[in-house]
Design a protein around this ligand. Structure first.
Ligand code: UD1
Length: 429
């Protein structure tokens, strides 16, 4: 099995291209199920999660056409994929695919809205918590769907079609907001979604749906109003840059005392990540092509807690903890979104980090240096936090279970090596 070998201590210097946002691309691909026309997505990242969604859509009967696009233009790089759902044959999302990726549940809203029925496997538990889809289901029920759970599958029926409703989510949920947004575009009447997620990826989906002919107001706010339409049209759409990939490389630059320009990154969609990194003593400036991240002074400790956007992203929590391991004092980092998202902590401790978990808060006492070790993690962001720690550690680290990284980071070794990191993928024992 592939591993990543990193010898730490090199200050990163250079440029890194930021790809299209995985978490935008996944719902945008699912949105192709809403109509007979085609969705052409550019700036699509090359990641295993994207392949998983592509496999699921092909299983339903979507035709895919993939063209690589190699010319670099910020915001319009990456792959181009055309998805056409004119001949849907199968309305079941099977367990074998859904268990690999929870975002598979995003096919439920569009299939139900267009065909009046859908069957989707329950995603089951995952490494970062129970992550149920009860709020997706309750919202669709409010729109008139009949939902039954049978043998691990959700069976949803809405014979006369979905009907507009007023839905207030008890907590902010990205996936349920996206599922509902897609379902409501084809419902009869008006749907109002209160306490909607405002994540840039939700707005990206809403903007694309609008371009397809959907009637949506309130994009980028906590209240989305969707007036159902009969049909949607083909669209060409460029996925926004990945703010978590950008934040991750910013953290990597920061921990090594480096100077890196993140090409294509957009500061205005990075929410609190930039503020938090600045509080840590990292210099961040906008450039003509992205953002520049530099650290020359001390790494300062912070107090941060994860929140829905525009608050500090839970998907940046592990990377921030890695960074704070070598800060000049004690940081307190609180996780409010997922209940079991500190699996990186024991691994960082094996590198010498001084971290204590107090409820949902990690108390991180900065130390002089981390030491290389053999490491593994159980999810995407936890894995990349180990990469960040290893880049600054003394000695060599081996990071196992690389498949987690391949879900969300395209050409990770190549991008870091381009800035001087000593990093390679190996399958040697
Ligand atoms: C999305 C992102 C993920 C990110 C997360 C929070 C994608 C593909 N993934 O995940 O990277 O970490 O947002 O920003 O976009 N919840 C329920 N019931 C539900 C739905 C959610 O209780 O029906 C809970 C979850 O367990 C969690 C919280 O709500 O505690 C937020 O989850 P949600 O925003 O839905 O996360 P995802 O859409 O799964």
């Amino acid at each position: 099995m592939d591993k990543i070998k990193i010898t730490g201590g090199v200050r990163l210097k250079g440029k890194i291209e930021i790809g299209g946002a995985k978490n935008s691309a996944l719902p945008l691909m699912a949105a192709s199920l809403l109509m007979e026309g085609s969705v052409t997505l550019s700036n699509l990242p090359h990641l295993s999660d994207i392949s998983t969604m592509a496999n699921l859509l092909v299983h339903h009967g979507v035709r895919l056409n993939i063209n690589a696009c190699s010319d670099y233009k910020p915001g319009h790089d990456g792959r181009v994929m055309t998805l056409s759902a004119a001949d849907i044959k199968d309305l079941t999302a099977p367990y074998e695919i859904v268990r690999k990726m929870r975002a598979s549940a995003l096919v439920l809203g569009p299939l139900l809205a267009r065909f009046g029925t859908a069957r989707v496997s329950l995603p089951g538990g995952c490494a970062i918590g129970t992550r149920p889809i009860d709020l997706h289901l309750a919202a669709l029920e409010k729109m008139g769907a009949e939902i039954t759970l049978n043998e691990g599958y959700v069976q949803a029926n809405a014979k006369g079609g979905l009907k507009g409703a007023v839905i207030e989510f008890p907590k902010v949920t990205v996936g349920a907001t996206e599922n509902l947004l897609m379902a409501a575009t084809l419902a009869k009447g008006t749907t109002v979604v209160k306490n909607a997620a405002m994540e840039p990826e939700v707005s990206d989906l809403a903007n694309c749906l609008k371009r397809m002919g959907a009637k949506i107001e309130g994009i980028g706010t906590r209240v989305l109003t969707i007036e159902g339409v009969k049909n949607l049209n083909s669209v060409n759409y460029a996925v926004i840059p990945d703010r978590i990939e950008a934040g991750t490389y910013a953290t990597a630059a920061a921990i090594t005392g480096g100077d890196v320009e993140l090409l294509g990154a957009k500061a205005e969609i990075m929410g609190a990540t930039i503020d938090v990194l600045r509080q840590c003593g990292v210099e961040i400036t906008e450039t003509a092509h992205g953002i520049r991240v530099k650290r020359t002074g001390d790494l300062l400790p912070v107090e941060a807690e994860t929140e829905a956007y525009p608050g500090f992203a839970t998907d940046m929590q592990a990377q921030l903890i890695a960074l704070m391991c070598v800060a000049t004092g004690t940081s307190r980092i609180t996780e409010n979104i997922f209940e079991n998202r500190f699996m990186h902590v024991p691994e960082l401790t094996r590198m010498g980090a001084d971290i204590r978990i107090d409820g949902n808060t990690a108390v991180v006492k900065g130390i002089d240096h981390l030491s290389g070790a053999s490491l593994m993690a159980t999810d995407l962001r936890a894995s990349v936090s180990l990469v960040i720690a290893a880049l600054a550690a003394r000695g060599t680290s081996i990071i196992n279970r690389v498949y987690h990284l391949d879900r969300g980071y395209e050409r990770l070794e190549e991008k870091l090596r381009g800035c001087g990191a000593i990093i390679e993928r190996t399958n040697k024992e």
